[in-house]
Each structure stands twice: as C-alpha cells, then as structure tokens.
Design a protein around this ligand. Sequence first.
Ligand SMILES: *Cc1c(COP(=O)(O)O)cnc(C)c1O
Length: 337
Amino acid sequence: MIDFRSDTVTRPDAKMRQAMANADVGDDVYGDDPTVNALETWAAKRHGFSSAIFCSSGTQANLLGLMAHCERGDEYLCGQQAHNYKFEGGGAAVLGSIQPQPIENEKDGTLSFDKLRAAIKPIDPHFAKTTLLSLENTINGKVLPLDYLARAREFVNEHGLKLHLDGARVYNAASALDVDIIEIAKHFDSMTICLSKGLGAPIGSLLLGSSELIAKARRWRKVLGGGMRQVGILAAAAEIALKENPKNLALDHENARYLGKRLNEVTGFAVNLEHIQTNMVFAKVSGDIEMKALAEQLKAKNILITAANPMRLVTHADVQQADIDIFISELTSLLRS
Ligand SMILES: *Cc1c(COP(=O)(O)O)cnc(C)c1O
C-alpha cells in the first residue's frame, strides 16, 4: 500500500522493533521504568524545559497541557483550525471544564494579535478567565515564522497569559526553517511533540514544560487512565524517533514538493506549490471528479488517499519518490478511463 492519508501511518522499522524487544522496563506509574525515565529526562533537556511526560497520544499530551495550565472555568485562546479545538473531541471542555476561545486563523496559520487582544476577557465574574494562548506549528503543513513566535511571547507576557505549542509536527517546522528545535521551543511555556507521525514511532507523544506543570499533568494523566505500566517498550521506539529521525524530514518535504509538481501535470488537479512548506500537499480538485469513487479505484490499485476536496496528501518515511510516480501514473490512467 502507498498511503498518502497521513504521516501517522508510518510503521516502526527493524531497528525500532529490536529496541522495543530489548527495552529495559519497569512500572512507570511507580516511576520505575528506566527507558521512560531516560526518554523524559533527555527530551526535557534537549528542548530546554525542566520536565517532560510521555503520553499515549498527541491528543492526550495537548489535553494534559491545557488541564495543567488552566483551572475549571478558565479559557484558552486558539485558532479556529487548531487541532486541540477542532479535532480532539472538545476534550478540554468535556474533561477539563476549560472553554476554548477560537480565533480565525490568518492565511499563513498565524493568529492576529489584534484579534487575540480583543478576545481576552476582563477580570469580571461574567467571563471565563483567559489564561493561555495555544499555537500550532506546523499548522496544515505551514510553518509559523520565528519572529511571529517571538512576538507571541511578548504578547503573552504583556497580558499575563501562558503560551502552549501544539508541536505535533514541530520537527517538520524546524527542518523547514533549517534551525535547531530550540529556536522554536524557547518561546513556549509548554510544548507537545508527536513521535508517531513523521518521526516514525508506532505510538506516543511528549508534553514538555516546567517541573510544576508536568507534575500536574502527571496527575491528570493518571486520572484520564493514561498511566501505563511497562511502557518502556514504547519509549524505546520513541527515543529512536526523537534522536535519529528528525534528519529524515527534509526528504519528506522534498517529496511533497515533487508530489505537488507532478500532481499539477494531471488535468483536474491544482496545487499551489508555494504553499508546500513541509510534508503536506493540498490540491484543488475540479468539480467533475468524484473523489469518493476515485479513492475507491485507487485503493484497488493499493494507493490510499482521503476523499476530500481540497485533497490533502501527506508524505512520510514510507512514501518514496518512486511511489509518487506510481500514484501519478495510476491516477492519470484512472482519469482517462
Ligand atoms: C496529530 C495531531 C495531534 C495529535 O494527534 P493524536 O492522533 O492524538 O496523536 C495534535 N495536534 C496536531 C496538530 C496533530 O496533527
């Protein structure tokens, strides 16, 4: 299968599986898993935070971040397109009694500081208490500019808010900017990283922050049923993902640009190549192409896409340039018939 649906579909490679089989483990709820402890310690230091917690998913890592920053009745500012607003089942509201205040994202994925300022509530019993600004990087494949992050830091300082980054794909952002991850991480009070997307681990995300924040998150993780036991088996794969795989993301980005260019050769598909900053390609599809049927036909040729318009295609370690060529030729011949 050539799978363009997401970078979450990557499978652990032989080296990861070997590390998983050989991992030293203990009961992590007791703090006894040496592999988890080593991962958390290393990850905190590497990204400039004092503490880290290994979580089952990015959704859980974001939720723990929100619940650790905010009390019941607080609110967080975020993008209308933010994953932790739109795609996480309303978890902050459902499980944390935290109200989201979404702001329309600008075209480049940023949030306007004027709009954010206008959304901050006065201290008054009528209103939820605005506590946190949550950004996302990358967002829909787009990279937030470094000077925007610096201004976001100034903005939260000015208004007494905390700053969280949903960094599910933050390593893609660092790769695209060709900067060390610290140049992004340094602006934030907390940050998540998905290890199970482009970085290739089978399962797991990290939440990074101060020791105090992570202690709170650890309590909430247990409450949410996320206290896992001999989870060093997963942390062993996560460690490889985090230490060794960031360097591979540049190839995913190159493949995305190649995919965009090839897709533009196909009648009925239009890709704005300037929008391809990382591993995501968005194509506008002409109205006479029935995406659901097309996705079914491609599936019969062992190619998986999400049937949507615009069509989102994602590159990752299990998609090579030759696979892109196969996709384009199958797509071309299906459209011809
Ligand atoms: C994938 C993703 C998450 C978390 O997803 P999980 O599937 O729960 O690991 C969070 N934020 C963004 C931006 C994502 O793309």
